[in-house]
Ligand binder design. Structure first.
Ligand code: ZN
Length: 116
């Protein structure tokens, strides 16, 4: 685990901080609801304006077992078995994905903010 993650992942491997939208600060996931996983690796379309449309390889996520654990959640599009997640308020996304087969959701660490 990198040094950066020590401040956002607790000893049980859960997110120790509230996860919010990086743009509008809307609440996405309460503390302790996500489990840190460094797999699976997935490509998500970038939402940074300068890289719009490009794919970015991500492999650090918080896995969420139950969709009802989220504070708020929106969806962008569905590709194959993956439903891509976005901010429910400002639609910033994709910030992660929901796997329709396993019912597990994954929030990309680099796509969200963490607040105390
Ligand atoms: Zn937002």
């Amino acid at each position: 685990m990198s040094l950066k993650n020590e401040s956002i992942v607790n000893d049980e491997g859960k997110n120790m901080k509230q996860i919010t939208c990086a743009q509008c600060k809307s609440k996405i996931l309460p503390p302790n609801m996500g489990t840190y996983v460094s797999e699976p690796e997935l490509e998500l379309a970038s939402f940074k304006t300068e890289n719009a449309g490009q794919l970015e390889k991500l492999n650090e996520f918080f896995r969420v077992e139950d969709m009802f654990d989220f504070d708020n959640l929106g969806f962008t599009n569905t590709i194959d078995n993956l439903k891509f997640l976005s901010c429910a308020d400002c639609n910033l996304g994709p910030i992660g994905y929901h796997d329709l087969n396993t019912k597990l959701s994954f929030i990309a660490l680099s796509r969200v903010q963490f607040i105390d």
